[in-house]
Design a protein around this ligand. Structure first.
Ligand code: GRF
Length: 184
């Protein structure tokens, strides 16, 4: 049976867009009710759900609502694409080994929320993109696939960032296919 995927995104959603153009996405979740990604989902005809941590008494309650959503939709794989929250024990207990994330650096180099900027500021001559399984720490789970992205002599941080994003748009679909998600 075809693998059913959910994408989680907090903001812009350009990775979601590329994924949804290439694969059937069963649902999009955003932890911000006003995120731009929700408009993308609407245009692409992908069912979307949004609620916020602050609307719940605890992170465990918030994540239980997510688990309920995923179970209701029989989701096999959770694809984090710019989801800016740490995955907590409630979600991990239900889905560990079935949650993947994309990070805009070559892990274990430059983990955290500012992977591109941190690599740029460190003056590296190459950075990269990583897709990995999610565990209880930040950007530490088992690497599935990663690619190098050079920093060119005439790069600005904007051009460097754009080249990294271009690689993300190539890598995430490749990884999804390698994990048995069928293309449209
Ligand atoms: C991407 O660079 C991704 O690697 C990181 O957050 C960014 C999300 O961008 N985790 P977008 O929302 O997909 O445009």
């Amino acid at each position: 049976m075809a693998k059913k995927i959910a994408v989680f995104a907090s903001g812009n959603g350009s990775n979601f867009q590329v994924i949804a153009e290439n694969f059937p996405v069963d649902l999009l979740f955003s932890d911000h009710r006003d995120a731009h990604v929700l408009e993308r989902a609407k245009k692409l005809g992908v069912a979307s759900f949004a609620f916020e941590l602050k609307e719940f008494a605890s992170k465990a309650d918030y994540e239980q609502a997510l688990v309920d959503l995923l179970v209701e939709h029989q989701i096999d794989l959770v694809v984090l694409a710019g989801y800016m929250k740490i995955i907590g024990p409630t979600l991990l207990a239900a889905y560990e080994g079935r949650i993947i994330n994309i990070h805009p650096a070559y892990l274990p180099e430059f983990p955290g929320a500012h992977g591109i900027e941190d690599a740029w500021n460190a003056g590296v001559d190459q950075s990269g993109v990583t897709v990995h399984y999610v565990d209880s720490s930040v950007d530490t789970g088992q690497v599935i696939q990663q690619v190098r992205v050079p920093r060119l002599a005439d790069d600005t941080i904007e051009s460097f960032e754009a080249r990294i994003h271009e690689q993300e748009y190539q890598l995430y679909p490749q990884v999804l296919e390698s994990l048995g998600v069928e293309r449209k």
